[in-house]
Design a protein around this ligand. Structure first.
Ligand code: IMP
Ligand code: MG
Length: 180
């Protein structure tokens, strides 16, 4: 793995794909054990989580499960509360179902917090959170991911679905912004 550059910023190797694969295999076993008879719905938050979701879902091949994709739209709020997120594409009936939200990264927790509040209005039996990366020190919301690939410090990450202004999602490995 070598350094990569996007928009004048340099990133260095952080988590190789082999380590990501190994960790996802473990998460798959854990989820399969916890949700064996629940027929969970994996709800993938686009765009960032597509790579993780694709691998995680297939790491759960031993159980019955479904997958669906949503997108969140942010608006500049007129009040001081800032961003309001709207859920685009939730066409599934999630009432009484076990829903596993699949995210690429939980940073401040704002995204997932808002999403969970919206989903709860549809009365699912249970909502769980699976995130590839978690920045616990950046968290400002009462959110506790159930399945975490890697806890990381509050640094900017790209690759394996995660982007810098739309770029770098197609990197197989995960990279961290180089500090000089
Ligand atoms: P949160 O709402 O602050 O938890 O942020 C969640 C969203 O911010 C993620 O779904 C990502 O799209 C983006 N994000 C947060 N940290 C990073 C990062 O290190 N690299 C790329 N995107 C990030
Ligand atoms: Mg995201």
């Amino acid at each position: 793995m070598k350094q990569v550059t996007y928009e004048g910023l340099t990133f260095e190797p952080y988590i190789p794909k082999s380590e990501i694969d190994a960790r996802i295999a473990e998460l798959g076993k854990e989820i399969s054990r916890d949700c064996a008879d629940k027929k969970p719905l994996f709800l993938v938050v686009l765009n960032g989580a597509f790579a993780f979701a694709s691998d995680l879902f297939r790491a759960c091949e031993d159980i019955d499960a479904e997958i669906s994709f949503i997108r969140l739209q942010s608006y500049e709020g007129t009040s001081s509360t800032g961003h309001v997120k709207e859920v685009l594409g939730l066409h599934d009936d999630i009432e009484n179902r076990t829903v596993i939200i699949v995210e690429d990264i939980v940073d401040t927790g704002n995204t997932i917090y808002n999403l969970m509040n919206t989903l709860r209005q549809h009365r699912p039996a249970d909502i769980r959170i699976a995130t590839l990366l978690f920045k616990p020190d950046a968290l400002v919301r009462p959110v506790k991911p159930d399945y975490v690939g890697f806890n990381i410090p509050t640094k900017f990450i790209i690759g394996y679905g995660l982007d810098l202004n739309g770029l770098a999602r197609n990197l197989n490995d995960i990279y961290v912004l180089k500090e000089d």
